[in-house]
Design a protein. Structure first.
Length: 340
């Protein structure tokens, strides 16, 4: 990225910003880590005044986004996601790329706290100037991603990172959330973790663009068998693209085996999808879906913050639970408060 031209363009786009926010924009465009971290913190804030500022900052940064490859990586605990990402990140850096990792840790349903331990599990990657690792709590969000992961991706793109990796929480049906915000979605599996039918029932295989069996060095025979099972399973599923059949790979992140081949498949995916026009179409569709998600979230917040709704909700909930009124009637009455 040409930082001088980016700065001047950013200044024009950010006309009208407060001095502090203009300083953040300029810092992000120059790739300053402190400005990058402070901007993501602003974006993640739930305060209404911070959200207004964040929208203005993101608007100024938007022209400098979109030139990266966005990779989502998911897998069950123990699949070796952090080790895989660290090995991949160092490989990419040695190839001349800059890598940002948005690692989302699960929040406690009781305390709301989160360990945020991914930086300690990527110690070598943390030491590289070409890498930026941002752990964030999921805070109850579906899809194993934080509420503001999409915005954080844009900030990292504006800062000049070439590859954005989103590491998600666990595996489940709501993992479609992360698949809906990245260019390529990778499912990390373990050999001996279940047969092909179990994999299909998880549902997540249907949205995976690549399937990777990690820790293949532990039992190469089991890894080869699992790879064959998954390939057979995928033939029974309809591919999300007529131009792409998800490959199944075996790697060992710890032994640094298969990483070059893995990234070659990512590049092949990008080339294939761009040639067919699906790459750009997917991003446009994701942007519109993102808008509707924000609308839904905003309406839900407006509903719950309405004084009349807050007052009536406990009684209406009790009436529904005790069978004194129907859910439909209660919902209609509560929604009617929004028109007063």
């Amino acid at each position: 990225m040409d930082q001088s031209s980016s700065k001047s363009a950013g200044g024009a786009a950010a006309a009208g910003l407060a001095h502090a926010d203009q300083h953040l924009v300029d810092g992000v465009l120059r790739g300053h880590r402190r400005a990058l971290a402070k901007t993501i913190t602003l974006v993640e804030s739930t305060r209404s005044d911070h959200q207004r500022r964040a929208r203005q900052v993101l608007a100024a940064l938007l022209p400098h986004t979109g030139r990266t490859i966005r990779v989502g990586i998911s897998g069950a605990p123990g699949a070796g996601k952090s080790t895989f990402i660290e090995t991949l990140g160092i490989h990419l850096i040695e190839a001349g790329r800059r890598v940002a990792v948005l690692a989302v840790d699960p929040s406690s349903s009781v305390s709301g706290g989160s360990i945020l331990g991914d930086k300690t599990r990527m110690e070598m990657l943390c030491q590289r100037d070409e890498a930026f690792i941002r752990p964030s709590p999921s805070a109850g969000s579906l899809g194993g991603v934080a509420d503001k992961t999409r915005e954080a991706m844009l900030v990292c793109e504006a800062a000049g990172f070439d590859v954005i990796i989103v590491e998600t929480v666990g595996v489940g049906q709501s993992e479609t959330t992360v698949a809906g915000m990245v260019d390529v979605f990778v499912l990390l599996q373990l050999p001996n973790a279940g047969d092909d039918l179990q994999a299909i029932k998880k549902g997540i295989v249907e949205i995976a663009d690549l399937v990777v069996f990690n820790k293949a060095d532990i039992d190469e025979r089991a890894a080869a068998f699992a790879r064959g099972q998954m390939r057979a399973a995928l033939t029974m599923l309809r591919s999300s693209s007529p131009n792409w059949r998800p490959p199944v790979l075996t790697v060992s992140a710890l032994a640094k085996r298969g990483i070059v081949e893995f990234w070659s498949e990512i590049e092949r995916y990008r080339t294939t999808m761009m040639a067919s026009g699906e790459f750009d179409a997917k991003r446009r569709r994701q942007a519109v879906d993102w808008m509707w998600n924000l609308i839904d979230s905003g309406l839900r917040h407006h509903f719950h913050s309405h004084p009349a709704v807050r007052s009536a909700l406990p009684t209406m909930s009790a009436d529904v639970a005790e069978g004194r009124t129907t859910p439909g009637a209660a919902a209609a009455r509560l929604l009617a408060y929004l028109h007063h």
